[in-house]
Design a protein around this ligand. Structure first.
Ligand code: UDP
Ligand code: MG
Length: 321
């Protein structure tokens, strides 16, 4: 019998966790050939999430708890869960039932067929606002177009099924600030996609506001592709050409004016051109400094080698008294 650990990062999910287990119990009993357990990662919740987890641990024999020392974020929490897993396969999913538990048997069926990376794919995003739908569509198209190939499968997030081999390769990557959506496609292996409809959150609140989502998008792009780093050189080359041509034109106008061919004064035009160039140049430079800072930040995070999460303690199901 193969083992599957379902890894669930939880930050303030006291209301939804009991509902999750009610729902998941209805589907895991029917899975043949796989023994399922759960790794609940408490990501420094401020509500009673940890108490709910301990209650589940006490009542059931298939629950493990990884308690982090404070809130680190979804990706570090998932990484802590992956690092503490020993099963043949893992499934990472959210606590709020937006990733439907009915997908678990389908993912296991794909494992049984020999797939090592299973990507549940949001077939439609009808539960999202049209703003979120459109920005997400643009984001995936933009990121993949930068690299000219698919580095980020569209509408696939951290909800994934992975084999032990895939988990081990990901965990062996030297990156510190892990973004699993970038790292999973990187490892390759036999991969498949299954469509699903993302549901509405069953209880509690989303932890991602617009600011966090924008930061997440920047992180994904900067850790997924280095192509934006070529932008300054391209813009620099084009604007040098434009600058050279306009200087030449101004010079021609000046001489034409000087020899009386042109009747208007070229000085205001020259002043306007120079001021526009300077202001535009400053704006572009600031933009590029910002761009470089994002990449510099990634280098700093990865070289200073600080841990991205800290485990307070682990309760393993085998160690239950
Ligand atoms: N989460 C976490 N740490 C955080 C933020 C979120 O462990 O700092 C968990 C959260 O409890 C949930 C999952 O990550 O299980 C996805 O979060 P959420 O549902 O808020 O994201 P959304 O679905 O709104 O994008
Ligand atoms: Mg959610």
């Amino acid at each position: 019998m193969k083992t599957v650990s379902i890894i669930i990062p939880c930050y303030n999910e006291e209301t939804v966790l009991p509902i999750y287990f009610e729902a998941v119990d209805k589907v895991i009993a029917g899975i043949e050939g796989f023994q399922v357990d759960f790794i609940l990662v408490n990501d420094g919740s401020k509500d009673k999430t940890l108490d709910v987890m301990k209650e589940l641990y006490r009542k059931r024999n298939d629950v493990n708890i990884v308690n982090l020392s404070r809130n680190f974020g979804q990706n570090p929490a998932l990484t802590a869960g992956l690092a503490s897993s020993t099963s043949d396969y893992v499934i990472m999913m959210d606590a709020d039932l937006q990733d439907p538990v009915t997908m678990i048997p389908k993912i296991c069926a794909k494992f049984a067929e020999g797939f090592e990376v299973v990507n549940p794919h949001r077939a439609s995003r009808q539960t999202d606002t049209s703003f979120k739908r459109n920005t997400a569509a643009f984001f995936y198209r933009f990121t993949n177009s930068l690299e000219g190939r698919e580095i980020l499968p569209a509408n696939v997030n951290c909800f994934r099924g992975l084999s032990r081999r895939a988990v081990d390769v990901i965990m062996a990557l030297p990156e510190k600030d892990r973004l699993l959506v970038n790292e999973i496609p990187l490892v390759g292996f036999k991969t498949c996609q299954i469509d699903f409809e993302r549901e509405k959150r069953k209880a509690g609140k989303s932890k991602y506001n617009i600011k966090k989502m924008i930061n997440y998008a920047f992180d994904i792009i900067s850790s997924g592709t280095t192509k934006p780093l070529y932008l300054p050189i391209k813009v620099g080359a084009v604007s040098s050409g434009v600058f050279f041509l306009s200087s030449l034109l101004l010079l021609i106008f000046y001489f034409l004016g000087h020899y009386g061919v042109l009747s208007f004064d070229v000085a205001p035009l020259a002043l306007f051109t120079v001021i526009s160039f300077v202001l535009f140049g400053i704006a572009v430079l600031l933009f590029f400094i910002g761009l470089l800072s994002i990449y510099l930040h990634n280098i700093l995070i990865n070289t200073r080698d600080r841990p991205t999460y800290c485990i307070d303690y682990i309760y393993r199901k085998e160690e239950k008294e």
